[in-house]
Design a protein around this ligand. Structure first.
Ligand SMILES: Cc1cc2nc3c(=O)[nH]c(=O)nc-3n(C[C@H](O)[C@H](O)[C@H](O)COP(=O)(O)OP(=O)(O)OC[C@H]3O[C@@H](n4cnc5c(N)ncnc54)[C@H](O)[C@@H]3O)c2cc1C
Length: 509
């Protein structure tokens, strides 16, 4: 264990148990059936736990492939078929619940390879390195402040330290009471940071949540600082699969669910939810109805709002859920993903993954030919490279190819050798499915439990009472939904874990 982790442990920076699990027999004592709508991380995490505990679970996934925003599918290129992903993902080490699900398919998590470094690139300032900090607070923060050329002692003196206190005093109730009505932008303005520190240390971070600072709750930003930097003992380092997500995750996880008696149906969109006595019936596009005692809706926010709208019986069965949907269903801004197959490589010095600060469109760059086996082989055979560019919160109404081209040109200004590479293939997409974390949205954010018996929600937009975000929130809410069902049916629950629940200086609020 690193020194910073030992120091961190002394002040409670360690894994915390949200639910210790247990409290009954391991398997449900009588026949129970459940339908999970959505085969992304949230839905499959729920399905894994339910199937293992003897629940007859059916997953309905609308798309031809599983995984949702972590999905992968084959694409035909001029010189053969390649797997393409919805987008590069960083598997952080404090994703305890998501990693617990993944351990079902690989107990040692050997398929996750550490990614060295986490540089942030800028056209104006030298690269800032986040990946090589000590893992645990407070030493990671102190090292960042001591080492970062973006923040000098003088800057620290000039900044408004009282305004910065909320970053260190995260509290799952108090932070939202104090800051949910404020925007992340207003909070950052109030710190009076030098422009460079703001760009290199804060903006890159807040962009990663698929929301513009001016439209994101300051409380959510503080919660994410706590989750990623100031409250976990594992740090900002992360790992990634060395195969595409279908091969590494979705195929083995489907097999796992099926081995435990569950069913996973792709290409099967749920169209409405009906009450059937005291049970549920999920209707699908081909007219089939799937009856179940319990239903977990594990779809993205716009899809959840659409499904609720198409289910008039929910107006009496779940009026609170219905009332929350119009606002919840509005997604965050569009995000763009462009994967380029190029005729040459960038410099050996370039990192596998880099964040980008203050470019109009580009937010990150991933060198897939140095990350996953299939692109590595393609690049070895052709002498080319496979580079994925992301924009996490971009201008609405711009076509995917146009965003891809803007990102390509912007990267050329940061990495001159990239500008000279010829494009052989491009797959570009723009989507809007990420949850919005608008100011004031916390009070009406739906939680896992709904106001209808036997109806639960899971996903990265669903509220949790413990720190979590993105993939980890999807997995955690999926497990929490499964636990509600197991508890209702008299079976033991699955453990749920999180990081230190409150900020390092939360006692000072
Ligand atoms: C480009 C990009 C990069 C990202 N990078 C990271 C990262 O580095 N780290 C990180 O932690 N997170 C990252 N994320 C976020 C992460 O992908 C999400 O938090 C997570 O995958 C959400 O999972 P989910 O199961 O909640 O929702 P989804 O993945 O959206 O799954 C919902 C599923 O429901 C299905 N569905 C919708 N409607 C219906 C219906 N009517 N019937 C049946 N099925 C339906 C959808 O097809 C989908 O498969 C990234 C996201 C994107 C887009």
């Amino acid at each position: 264990m690193a020194l910073s982790q030992r120091v961190g442990r002394l002040i409670g920076v360690r894994q915390h148990r949200v639910d210790p699990g247990g409290g009954g027999p391991r398997r449900v004592p009588r026949p129970v059936d459940a339908v999970v709508v959505g085969g992304g991380i949230a839905g499959m995490s729920a399905a894994v736990v339910l199937a293992e505990r003897g629940v007859r679970v059916t997953v309905l996934e609308a798309a031809p492939n599983l995984g949702g925003r972590l999905g992968a599918w084959p694409e035909r290129l001029a010189d053969g078929t390649q797997m393409v992903e919805h987008g590069f993902h960083a598997f952080f080490r404090q994703y305890y619940n998501w990693r617990a699900v993944l351990r079902r398919i690989d107990p040692g998590l050997g398929f996750l390879k550490p990614i060295p470094g986490y540089p942030v690139l800028s056209a104006r300032w030298p690269t800032e390195e986040f990946g090589r900090l000590p893992p645990a607070p407070p030493l990671n923060l102190l090292t960042l402040l001591a080492r970062s050329p973006s923040l000098r002692l003088d800057d620290l003196r000039r900044m408004d330290r009282d305004a910065a206190l909320p970053l260190l005093t995260y509290d799952p109730v108090g932070t939202y009471a104090d800051l949910d009505a404020t925007t992340a932008e207003e909070l950052l303005d109030s710190l009076r940071l030098p422009d460079r520190a703001r760009a290199m240390l804060f903006e890159v971070f807040s962009h990663s949540f698929f929301n513009h600072e001016a439209e994101m709750s300051a409380a959510e930003m503080v919660a994410q600082f706590h989750f990623y930097l100031l409250g976990n003992g594992e740090g900002l380092a992360f790992d990634c699969p060395d195969e595409d997500y279908a091969t590494a995750i979705w195929t083995p996880l489907t097999r796992h669910v099926e081995r435990h008696g569950g069913r996973v149906l792709t290409g099967t969109a749920a169209t409405a939810l009906r009450r059937d006595g005291d049970r549920w019936r999920v209707e699908t596009a081909d007219g089939t109805g799937y009856p179940a005692g319990h239903v977990v809706l594990a779809v993205d926010p716009p899809a959840l709002a659409a499904l609720v709208r198409a289910s008039p019986e929910l107006a009496t069965a779940a009026p609170e859920l219905v009332a929350r949907m119009p606002a919840f269903g509005v997604p965050g801004p569009p995000y763009a993903v462009a994967r380029y197959w190029l005729d040459g490589d960038v410099s050996r010095r370039r990192a596998v993954f880099s964040g980008v600060s203050r470019q109009p469109t580009l937010d990150s760059v991933t060198l897939y030919h140095r990350l996953e086996n299939e692109p590595r082989i393609w690049a070895g055979r052709t002498g080319g490279s496979v580079v994925e560019l992301h924009a996490y919160a971009c201008e609405p109404g711009v076509p995917a190819e146009e965003l891809a081209e803007r990102m390509r040109v912007e990267l050329g200004t940061l990495w001159p050798e990239f500008a000279g590479l010829r494009v052989r293939e491009l797959r570009a997409r723009v989507e809007a499915q990420a949850p919005a974390f608008a100011p004031g949205s916390h009070a009406t954010r739906p939680g896992v439990r709904t106001d209808a018996d036997g109806l639960y929600l899971a996903g990265d937009g669903i509220g949790t009472e413990f720190p979590s975000a993105l993939m980890e929130r999807s997995a955690a809410t999926g497990i929490v939904a499964a636990n509600h069902i197991l508890r209702a049916e008299g079976a033991a629950t699955e453990p749920v874990r999180s990081i230190r629940p409150r900020g390092l200086l939360a006692g000072r609020r």
